[in-house]
Design a protein around this ligand. Structure first.
Ligand SMILES: O=P(O)(O)OC[C@H]1O[C@H](OP(=O)(O)OP(=O)(O)O)[C@H](O)[C@@H]1O
Ligand SMILES: O=c1cc[nH]c(=O)[nH]1
Ligand SMILES: [Mg+2]
Length: 209
């Protein structure tokens, strides 16, 4: 699928396996999510535009490449997406941060919007949406729709784990969006949880189980 990138780096796979373990506690879970975000961010940002700038080294003056263009915006989908923000700002400390609040209704599994605050203007920025889980895809489809409604154009989404159903839906509804997935899991269960998955990412990051 064009614009879909499934990670295969052994470090990412190893850390995702640690996340899956139900005995991994809140503190370690949070650290792992952040580390995976750094590793995935490194992959997802490999096409950042560069421009040559003049720098004086101790030896001579040279032209040397630096990141060009408008700065990045990281947009976590609350709550669980917050766990990945520090990973991206470790790579790009100057990034602006927006927030989209969505929760999934436990019965219908439909997303409900409760917050949206994005950097303004957002048109020229590269926007990186973070959420550890892409299950039915409802939350991600809505998050991208909200960003586009504010003028966002250049959008990448990062998920630690995705279900095939959610990946297909997001790609179908927003084919222009680049989707980065740490691991593609088997399926959804009757409660729309990812199998084998890691449980409820938000509850495990914030210790609200
Ligand atoms: O693809 P979907 O079927 O929409 O499911 C994925 C969404 O569900 C989780 O959030 P949740 O609703 O549990 O909110 P939380 O992060 O506050 O726990 C997860 O972090 C995604 O945002
Ligand atoms: O498996 C899932 C599905 C949705 N949200 C989660 O946190 N986990
Ligand atoms: Mg949750």
């Amino acid at each position: 699928m064009e614009n879909v990138f499934i990670m295969d780096h052994p470090l990412i796979q190893h850390k995702i396996s640690m996340l899956r373990n139900k005995n991994t506690g809140t503190n370690e879970f949070r650290k792992l999510i952040e580390e995976i975000a750094v590793l995935m961010g490194y992959e997802a940002l490999r096409d950042l535009p560069l421009e040559d700038v003049e720098v004086e080294t101790p030896i001579e003056t040279c032209m040397t490449p630096m990141i060009s263009g408008k700065k990045l915006a990281v947009v976590p989908v609350l709550r669980a997406g917050l766990g990945m923000v520090n990973g991206i700002t470790t790579l790009v400390p100057s990034a602006k941060i927006g927030h989209i609040g969505l929760y999934r209704d436990p019965e219908t599994h439909e997303p409900h919007e409760y917050y949206c605050k994005l950097p303004d203007p957002i048109e020229q920025r590269l926007i990186v949406v973070t959420d550890p889980m892409l299950a039915t895809g409802g939350s991600a489809v809505d998050a991208v729709r909200m960003i586009k409604a504010h003028g966002g154009k250049n959008i990448k989404c990062m998920f630690v784990i995705a279900a095939p159903q959610g990946l297909e839906r997001l790609h179908k509804e927003h084919p222009d969006v680049q989707i980065y997935v740490g691991h593609l899991d088997r399926e959804l269960n009757d409660h729309a949880y990812i199998c084998p998955g890691l449980g409820d990412a938000g509850d495990r990051i914030f210790g609200t189980i």
